[in-house]
Ligand binder design. Structure first.
Ligand SMILES: Nc1nc2c(ncn2[C@@H]2O[C@H](COP(=O)(O)OP(=O)(O)OP(=O)(O)O)[C@@H](O)[C@H]2O)c(=O)[nH]1
Ligand SMILES: [Mg+2]
Ligand SMILES: [Zn+2]
Length: 390
């Protein structure tokens, strides 16, 4: 989470402040290809002229704008990638999340459901979660909400950054404890890119090293032992992505010298829970433990993130992942270059609550499990989505 008075760019996640400002004149017309924006979007972008201004060393009385212009005449953009910032962005704070995980791990479905769950959570506090701009509103509706909630089907595979202008999803979480609005920024990614080590070093993915958090999704159905035991219990999964051990290695290289918090999320947990019905198997035994944190969702009762419950689940998921052969990389979560360990926590979520069959959702509809845990872990003790402190 950014500190008050600073924020991050919602596209490239670079820290921003008032010392270095870039802007475009509102009444200008797009004239030329902008090489900076083009590099970050992976396709040619025509834009208005970008002006920049740096606070001079002794610049107490500094005004970055040209004479005769006011803040109403300009659109502020990110000095690094030229993304046009939402209104009053530099006076707000945000939490910037990069999604990660192989193809089919459930990243896009998770985001679709997470936003609905966060809407309900905010509502319980008398707040409203709103898209921060038109592109978030349209994109969330078309790509996330409509396929699942209206058409009762499944979402499309997320296109590679190379072929698609990846736009951040930006949601206003509202004002908490009398502070400026706090925003949640999510960058969905293509599993295809995560499985391609050649994407390391690509500018379009450089946001990973500036993220506040990386959500790494792990698909239990990718593990042969699990999918073979579930063969008769759940519909055939739509497809399987790459080896999570390789994907993690690529993701850690994308993070580079960054220090995001890492949430390792065992996705499609509904499918995994079906293992409880496999009689006389070691997995059946593990999964039918009624006392396990992974068999209950306290988020339905308490609005606050519960640290004790969170730690318990963390331990349980760690040992599940170990049994699944997730590899030493996932157990240690260390920066491959300097060896420091990322602040991390393990989670289990189910966005859908039940496996879709083919291209249609299960007739029981969507019943999410523990989807907001990772967000509430990130926001714990910040005041956002929490009871006001007296
Ligand atoms: N059982 C179960 N299946 C799920 C769940 N979430 C997603 N799936 C299945 O996994 C498929 C892939 O989900 P996506 O969200 O598109 O996966 P993704 O990680 O975004 O994939 P890419 O965009 O290709 O990287 C869905 O079409 C569903 O069939 C879940 O909570 N439970
Ligand atoms: Mg996707
Ligand atoms: Zn930027």
């Amino acid at each position: 989470m950014t500190a008050p008075g600073t924020n991050k760019c919602p596209r490239c996640f670079v820290p921003l402040n008032w010392d270095s400002v870039a802007w475009m004149m509102k009444d200008d017309t797009p004239a030329e290809i902008d090489p900076v924006a083009s590099e970050f979007t992976g396709r040619p972008v025509t834009s208005r002229q970008v002006h920049t201004s740096e606070r001079p060393a002794d610049g107490a009385q500094w005004n970055p704008l040209p004479q005769g212009t006011t803040i109403a005449d300009i659109d502020i953009v990110c000095p690094r990638c030229h993304y046009e910032l939402p209104e009053r962005w530099l006076d707000s704070t945000s939490t910037c999340i990069a999604m990660a995980g192989a193809r089919y791990t459930g990243k896009t479905v998770y985001i679709a459901v997470l936003i609905k769950q966060l809407e309900r959570l905010a509502e319980q506090y008398g707040q409203e979660l709103l898209p921060a701009d038109d592109s978030t509103r349209t994109r969330y509706h078309e790509v996330y909400e409509k396929p699942l909630y209206i058409e009762q089907g499944i979402v499309q595979a997320t296109p590679s950054t190379v072929s698609d202008t990846q736009i951040p999803l930006i949601f206003n979480l509202g004002m908490w404890n009398g502070r400026p609005p706090h925003f949640l920024v999510i960058r969905d990614v293509a599993g295809e890119d995560m499985e391609n080590p050649e994407m390391v070093g690509n500018r379009a993915l450089s946001f990973f090293s500036f993220a506040d958090a990386v959500f790494f999704l792990f698909d239990p159905l990718r593990v042969d032992e699990v999918s073979s035991q579930l063969r008769d219990l759940i519909p055939e999964p739509p497809g399987l992505g790459g080896d999570p051990r390789d994907v993690l290695r690529t993701v850690l290289r994308l993070i580079g010298n960054g220090t995001p918090r890492l949430a390792v999320i065992l996705s499609k947990f509904d499918a995994f829970q079906q293992l409880a019905h496999v009689r006389n198997s070691a997995w059946g035994h593990v999964m039918s433990n009624a006392g396990a944190a992974f068999n209950r969702d306290p988020g339905l009762r308490s609005r606050h993130y519960n640290e004790t419950d969170g730690m318990l689940l963390d331990h349980e998921v760690r040992s599940l992942l170990q049994r699944l052969g997730a590899g030493v990389g996932l157990r240690t979560l260390r920066n491959p270059v300097n060896g420091t360990q990322y602040a991390n926590r393990f989670f289990a979520v189910s966005a859908l609550g039940e496996s879709p069959s083919g291209k249609k959702l299960h007739l029981n509809g969507i019943s999410p499990f523990r989807c907001t845990d990772p967000i509430r872990w990130l926001l714990a003790n910040t005041g956002v989505l929490e009871e006001p402190t007296p």
